[in-house]
Design a binder for this molecule. Structure first.
Ligand code: IDP
Ligand code: MG
Length: 156
């Protein structure tokens, strides 16, 4: 069985306000990734600082903290083969004006300050970010779905 990873994905406040939640979820679902956690919430200042701690001190940090709290987000945990990298491919580059056509950021965003979606960049940040937004008892992994079908009988 191929090794499956988990990643933290969020529809950022601009994505929620623009009605892009379904569109974004659809792109990960149809790929074959498995949705194992989802909730809508207002990010607290503490959550924002934990989430984006690596950017503290950068010029854009205060605006980033303000942006992620500018409305509710839809926080999700997705599971699947190579999902951390695969989700970032589906999302596209941080800068939407440089992102590949067909990616979420290229298709739905103009500037990096409002790039509609977040995705973890490593296993370490995935587990750290999941723990900021979810308790393990809010994660529902006990069901069969497309993710099992699309990698059945494939060797690593
Ligand atoms: P990522 O979201 O593609 O992983 P990061 O470099 O981790 O990109 O930056 C986190 C978020 O901070 C970006 O998604 C974007 O919203 C914002 N950001 C990154 N770089 C800049 C910048 O130079 N100016 C303003 N906002 C930025
Ligand atoms: Mg990042």
């Amino acid at each position: 069985m191929l090794r499956e990873e988990r990643t933290f994905i969020a529809v950022k406040p601009d994505g929620v306000k623009r009605g892009l939640v379904g569109e974004i979820v659809r792109r990960f679902e149809r790929k074959g990734f498995k949705l194992i956690g989802i909730k809508m919430l207002d990010v607290t200042p503490e959550m924002a600082e934990k989430h984006y701690g690596e950017h503290k001190g950068k010029p854009f940090y205060p605006r980033l903290i303000e942006y992620i709290q500018s409305g509710p987000i839809v926080a999700m945990v997705w599971k699947g083969y190579d999902v951390i990298h695969g989700a970032r491919v589906i999302m596209g580059s941080t800068k939407p004006n440089e992102a590949q056509v067909g990616t979420i950021r290229a298709d739905f965003a103009l500037v990096k300050e409002y790039n509609v979606v977040h995705g973890s960049d490593s296993e370490e940040s995935a587990e750290r970010e999941i723990a900021i937004y979810f308790n393990e008892n809010e994660i529902c992994d006990e069901y069969d779905n497309m993710a099992e079908i699309v990698i059945e009988k494939i060797d690593d």
